[in-house]
Design a protein around this ligand. Structure first.
Ligand code: PHE
Length: 338
């Protein structure tokens, strides 16, 4: 038995391979459940006591050398640097899996770029907000019925902390900390306590814009929106429908004329040719006052749009839930987009 073990130790010393299969066979032969070591240990039990010491030492040596050889060859195979392969210059390169940007990021980056070109800075703020920045400062005092327009997730009721329902909260923070002239956009994630379906989710992404200066008028707002829709969609015809937001007066909803050139256009615009894309209006004087800006000296406009909705439109995605499922098969399709 001693001779056989010694021979095995020599065999292990000389063993080398570049193949995973051979290495696995090596492991099974020496270290497997029914391998040599197991059978030696069974025989070992019936040895005379005076023999056990020497054979025991040899068996340990065998085990250790098999284990360290296995580790050594495994590392070598994994790093793929076996000399013969390195020298083979015709070997194909390793395939590197390129990631892709998420459609939300693609659209967000594009919108940010468009507004940066006309002097808008980017501002960000916390996702957990207090009542003041999300509601009260925006002309939505406590018990105001318009608070129900945005179903809210509360984090704490006393004092009120909540998951922001829109990024208008960032604009309040910006106005509190900066003097006009102001031109800023605030991209970010927002939350609403709504049932999840193909068309709505309990969180999504917004970009809101704010421009405050002397003599800013509704005409400036409309001009800015026309510039934006031309850049983003290649369509310049828009219409403003009167609407209501507590923080703007007057307020409007913006539709862009998409056209009805094919079946998809019919589907997207529900046969009207028009697509609703955002809300906007002139900042309510009360909001300016709340942020310590004098409404007699300054005026401004604000607008807000959902990035997810625009991503669905631009990429013809028919279920908003796909945007948050992180399914590689879905995300891979955006590799070619920028
Ligand atoms: N904050 C509004 C919303 O989330 C969007 C909006 C922003 C409307 C600015 C008008 C002006 O629905």
């Amino acid at each position: 038995m001693e001779e056989r073990i010694k021979k095995n130790i020599e065999e292990i010393k000389d063993f080398s391979t570049n193949s995973h299969e051979e290495l696995e066979a090596f492991r099974i032969k020496y270290l497997g459940k029914k391998g040599l070591l197991t059978s030696y240990f069974i025989d070992f039990k019936s040895l005379d006591n005076d023999k056990k010491k020497d054979v025991g030492q040899l068996l340990n040596q065998l085990k250790l050398s098999a284990q360290s050889k296995l580790e050594e060859l495994k590392t070598k195979l994994l790093s793929g640097v076996s000399k013969s392969k390195l020298n083979d210059l015709s070997r194909p390169g390793d395939i590197i899996q390129l990631g892709s940007r998420h459609p939300i990021s693609i659209v967000k980056n594009r919108i940010v770029e468009i507004f940066s070109e006309i002097g808008f800075t980017i501002s960000e703020g916390p996702e957990i907000e207090d009542d003041w920045h999300n509601f009260s400062a925006l002309n939505l005092p406590e018990h105001h019925p318009a608070r129900d327009m945005q179903d809210t997730f509360f984090v704490d009721k006393d004092p009120d902390f909540l998951l922001r329902t829109h990024t208008s909260s960032v604009q309040v923070r910006y106005m509190e900390n900066n003097k006009p002239p102001i031109r800023t956009i605030s991209p970010g994630r927002v939350y609403r306590n709504e049932a999840i379906s193909a068309r709505s989710h309990c969180f999504f992404h917004q970009i809101e814009g704010l421009c405050i200066d002397k003599d800013v008028s509704f005409a400036d707002l409309k001009q800015t929106l026309e510039y934006f829709t031309t850049k983003l969609f290649g369509k310049s015809k828009i219409r403003l429908r009167p609407s209501y937001f507590p923080f703007t007066e007057p307020s409007a909803e913006v539709d862009v004329y998409w056209g009805l050139n094919n079946e998809t256009d019919y589907k997207m615009t529900k046969g009207t040719g028009w697509l609703e894309i955002m809300g906007c209006g002139m900042v309510d004087p009360n909001v300016l006052k709340n942020c310590k800006i004098d409404p007699n000296e300054y005026s401004g406009f604000a607008f807000g749009l959902g990035i997810d909705r625009i991503a669905l439109l631009l990429h013809q995605i028919d279920d908003i839930r796909l945007l948050s499922e992180n399914d590689i098969r879905f995300l891979e399709q955006f590799k070619a987009s920028y």
